[in-house]
Design a binder for this molecule. Sequence first.
Ligand code: AKG
Ligand code: FE2
Length: 688
Amino acid sequence: MAPTTRSTVAGPVQSDDVQSGRVTRGRKTATKKVPIEPLAKALRLQIKESDPELGPVCGNPPAWSEKRPDLCDALPWFRATQGGLYHLHGFCWGFLVDSDSGERAYIDDEIIITRVGGGCTKDKDGNLTLIRDQDFKNVTVKSLLNNQQSKLPVGLVIGSKNKELKRKLPHRYNVMAYFQVTDVWYERVGEKTGVKVRFEKLELSEKSWWAALGSPNPPSLEERDFDTKPESIQCLSCHRKSPRIYNEGWMCLEPTCTDFWYINQSRPDALTFHPDFLNTRSRPARTIRPHHSLIPNLLGTISEDDPEVSSMRIAWKAIVCPLCSKCVPRMFWRGWKCTDDGITGPQHQCPFQKLFNMPPVSIRSVVDDFDLGPIQRALYFNPKMAIPEIDDESLFPYRKLTYRIRGVGSITHFVANRAINSQYGGPNDMFRTLQTGDLGLRRYRLQQSVVAGTLTAHFAVNFGMPYKYVVSVDSKGFDEAPDPILRALGRLTWATEQAVSSAGDHFLPPNELLMLGYFEDMKIGFHDDGESSLGATIATLSLGAPSTMSIRMKYKYYHGLTKVKHLVDHDPILEGCKHEEERLDLKKQLDAGKISLSHYKERLYSLLKIGTTAGGEAPPRMKLELHHGDLVVMHGEKLQSYFEHSVAPENKMRFALTARYIKPDHVDENELHKGRFTLSPDQIYNGQ
Ligand SMILES: O=C(O)CCC(=O)C(=O)O
Ligand SMILES: [Fe+2]
């Protein structure tokens, strides 16, 4: 027999069957009944305010993490890096029980009762307060109702900020088990209507790891009472049935009913859960099964010798360590290492690692052209974007395209071709040899990100002078750099010189090289390379899969306002910015002394504020198609101050080698030697 499911939330996903709340006081069997959670204990848990001595749990979670992004990367059923509930395609797949479980939240070894997110805001003390009524139209509520109706279990995770369990949790995030949704109902919360959910552990024959250390084992399935159910009573006003959930009395739980949330015509004060409601257990049914494994066995599906799989999207997901159950992200080019994640610290000494052999991916497998590249690339320019000056003569066999942004800087694209790429030691050779050695490529955690601990979606390694880009990367001296890195440096030095001298500026040879590596679906998001320690010129060599580089104006220069709606100091009023003409006109009036500074600011503010009501990011000004062997030079400090760029490869396996000049006075004296190098004659490049 399938367990009885109950729901008192009205809505389209509710059929009469599931909302009936039948009291199935069926035939009593002769087996001994063991109370699952004695009432006294249940009540004690509800009333105890704070317990300084948190007791230990009896076991270990089957997966855990100190960082949310690692957890979500490892579990297909909990991919939401924010919020408590992960839903997709109308179902809830994973649920986090952490600090904000709401009033009357309840946890024991098998039952969890918690509020459902949404419609809340944080008050001045950081507590969540409901500001909107919740109903079945809320996607999170709807998804839980769908789970209940479809009998789809939900994976639960408990966070160490949870206050109800009152046990010391081993990690920040701890996977609990699969649970079924048995009840979803409405409560009155202040002046609003909120939604509560009751989860019941699916596998009742196993002791929960979060049970108290030394606590008795749960009763066996044969000994259990599957007959206790809360009483179900029909409302005299709305004729709907609601279960008796609370000790203090029965209430109609239909929020549209005039009797909703009244016990004998009065609003209840303090409420506690009725033991029948807490002690109800669903009879196990073999048809109630989760979609995913609670702990995926990704490693079991991957061979370290498979040349195809090592750089596929699935192979840069996090794994669950088979030794210690930690969620381990793919931090390293060659694979996973359980220690050295930049978080767990020296006390975490798990020796587990899984490294791919990584035979090199051929250029054939990442480039779609019949010929592995054209004789001379034909170029089409989208008229909506900036159109470059084309120079096919001066740097033949390259085509040199220059995009100039007046008063800002220039971007020079050196377009390679088949002949350039197949030269000895050229891009084809570099692409292969860069894959064979372990250059120390790894992913780093972003220093600033919406979700703490987020990793870059690309691998990085730095050679030469130390340089901080979106993250801080250790630098290896050029004396440790392998031949293809120095060859790349030779090409980048040449390209930098060409671009800088045609702009009529002083050339400074690069002394630092950042190499990025991209697997399938990796990218670098919008950023600038405009640190004070950097010179004004940045050159990049692309190898492997083609990619698109997008360049756009930064938000604040495009809108003239920051995201928190402050006027930009010294607005450069760039070509193509929003309200360009009006902004220029106001500036002209200010410069001519026709309006005062405060009047200027006032008028500017009202102009821009209206304009930014739907203020998204600036559209891309340029899109450059970067192919294997191409070089790009960005020149001009203001280009980095006012614009930002992103690069998205189209296929697996791409490298970007970016060389810059780091001002030596910004580098620690002990590290200056790292930037010194001498190229051998065949590492020096002259464009031929
Ligand atoms: O992948 C690329 O081509 C760009 C790399 C980049 O923007 C950087 O290293 O700062
Ligand atoms: Fe960059």
